[in-house]
Design a protein around this ligand. Sequence first.
Ligand code: HEC
Ligand code: HEC
Ligand code: HEC
Ligand code: HEC
Ligand code: HEC
Ligand code: HEC
Ligand code: HEC
Length: 290
Amino acid sequence: MTPVALLLLAAQGFSGTASCAACHGGIARNQARTRHAGALARAADGRWAFGAGAQAITYVSQAGEDAYLEHGLSWYRKTGGLALTPGHGHPAGVTYPTFAPDAAILRCFQCHSTGTLRLTEKREILPAEPGVHCESCHGAGGAHAARPAPGNIVSPKRLSAAALNDLCGACHRMPPAAGVATNFENPWNVRHQPVYFSQSACFLQSGGALSCISCHDPHQDGAPAGDSKCRQCHAEPKHAAPRPGACTGCHMPAVSPSPWLRFTNHWIGVYRLEGPGANRLRPAAQGRGR
Ligand code: HEC
Ligand code: HEC
Ligand code: HEC
Ligand code: HEC
Ligand code: HEC
Ligand code: HEC
Ligand code: HEC
C-alpha cells in the first residue's frame, strides 16, 4: 500500500471514542485505563511517546519537513532508565522520510492510534485519536453511533476464532499465510502472538473454540485467563510425573529477545526448558494430538 493510500484509508465515518462513551459508558471507562489506550501519547516536550510503558517507551519526533526521527534511546521499565531502542545500533536514532515507500513511520502511528491520520500544514503527522480505542477493533462507527442497530458495526462476538486472530493480527501481526515461511527461531517474532498461537494444537484442533479473547478481555487489562482456561479442555493432562507450577509457565514459556523485554510464547506446546536441546521458541515434542 502506498503511503498516501494509507493516509486515505477508511477516511470516512469515524466518530471517536467520546461518541461511543455516551451509550457504552462502562466499557469506555474500563478501556480508557488499558495499555491499548495508552499505546501513544504526546510527551510534554512535544515528542510522541510510543508504548504505554508497561515494558518500554520509544520516542518519535519530526525532524525537518519531510522526515521523522525514531530516537535511539528508549525508556525501559525493567531498569527505569534509557537503553538502545530495539533494532538500533547507535543512540543517534534512525531518520525515516515521512513518505518512504514502506511507510515505516506512518505505520507506527497507524498501529498505535485510532481513526485516520492527517497531515498538518507543517507536514506533521496528526493521529485522530492517539492510542488504540473502540474503532481500531470495531471499525468506523459513525453510522452506528447515529442510529444504533445490531449489524451496523463490527461485532467480533460473531467472528470465528481464525477471524479473531486476524482482527488482533492487524496490529499484533497476522498468522503466516499458507506457504509463507516464518522464522520461528527468531525470538523477536514471539511478540507476534497470532503467528505463534496459530501453530498450536490447541487452536488447530479445538474446532474454533479458542481465540485471543478466550483468555484476554478486549476492554480491560489484567491477568489473562491461563490455567483456569487450560483446565476447561485438559482436566487431567497425561504427565509422566507430577508437574507442579502454572500450566502456562511450562507450556507458554516467557521469551526475552533483549535483556529488557519479555514476551509470552503463544505456541502452546510441550517444551524442553532445561538441559541440552532446551528451546523456548519451538515445542520439543508433540502430544497425542498429532
Ligand atoms: C446512541 C447510543 C449509541 C452510540 C452513540 C453507540 N452505540 Fe453501540 N450500541 C448501542 C445499542 C443500543 C446497541 C445494542 C443494539 C441492539 O442489540 O439492538 C449497541 C450495540 C453495539 C455493539 C454490538 C453490536 C452487535 O451487533 O451485537 C457494538 C460492538 C457497539 N455497539 C459498539 C459501538 C461503538 C464502537 C460506538 C462508537 C463508534 C458505539 N457503539 C456507539 C448504542 C449506541
Ligand atoms: C490498532 C492496533 C491493535 C489492534 C487491532 C489490537 N491491538 Fe492489542 N495492542 C496494540 C498495541 C500498540 C499494544 C501495546 C500497548 C503498550 O504500549 O503496552 C497492544 C497491547 C496488547 C496487549 C498487552 C496489554 C496487556 O494487558 O498486557 C494485549 C493482551 C493485547 N494487545 C491484546 C489484543 C487483542 C486480544 C486484540 C484483538 C481483540 C488486540 N490486542 C487488537 C495494538 C492493537
Ligand atoms: C503492525 C502494527 C505495528 C507497527 C507498524 C508498530 N507497532 Fe509498536 N506495537 C505494536 C503492538 C501490537 C505492540 C504490543 C507488543 C506486545 O506487547 O506484544 C507494540 C508495542 C510497542 C512498544 C512497547 C514495547 C514493546 O516492544 O512491546 C513500543 C515502544 C512500540 N511498539 C513502538 C513502535 C514504534 C516506534 C514503531 C514504528 C517504528 C512501531 N511501534 C510500529 C504494533 C505495531
Ligand atoms: C482491542 C480491540 C477492541 C477495542 C479497542 C474495543 N473493543 Fe469492543 N469488542 C471487542 C471484541 C473482541 C468484542 C467481542 C467480545 C466477546 O465476544 O466477548 C467486543 C465487544 C463489544 C461490544 C458488545 C458487547 C456485548 O456483550 O455484546 C460492545 C458494545 C463494544 N465492544 C464496545 C466497545 C467500545 C465502546 C469500545 C471503546 C471504548 C470498544 N468496544 C473497544 C474488541 C474491542
Ligand atoms: C490460552 C490463553 C491465551 C490465549 C488464547 C491468548 N493469550 Fe495472550 N497471553 C496469555 C498469557 C497467559 C499471557 C502472559 C501474561 C503475563 O505473563 O502477565 C499473555 C500475554 C499476551 C500479551 C502481552 C505480551 C506478551 O507476549 O507477554 C499480548 C500482547 C497477548 N497475550 C496477545 C494475544 C493475542 C493477540 C492472542 C490471539 C492470537 C492471544 N494473546 C491469545 C494467554 C493467552
Ligand atoms: C478449547 C480447548 C483448549 C484449551 C482452552 C486449551 N487447549 Fe491444549 N489442546 C487442545 C486440543 C484439542 C489439543 C490437541 C489434542 C490433544 O493433544 O489433546 C491440545 C493440545 C495441547 C498440548 C499438546 C501439544 C501438542 O503439540 O500436541 C498441550 C501441551 C496443551 N494442549 C496444553 C494446553 C495449555 C497449557 C492450555 C492453557 C494455556 C491449553 N492447552 C488450552 C484444546 C485446548
Ligand atoms: C513443570 C512443567 C509443567 C507444568 C507446570 C505443566 N505441564 Fe503439562 N506437560 C509438561 C511436560 C514435560 C509434558 C510432556 C509429558 C511429560 O513428560 O509429562 C506435558 C504434557 C502436557 C500435555 C500433553 C499430554 C496430554 O495430556 O495430551 C497437556 C495437554 C498438558 N501437559 C497440559 C497441562 C496443563 C493443563 C497444566 C496445568 C494444569 C500443565 N500441563 C502443567 C510439563 C508441564
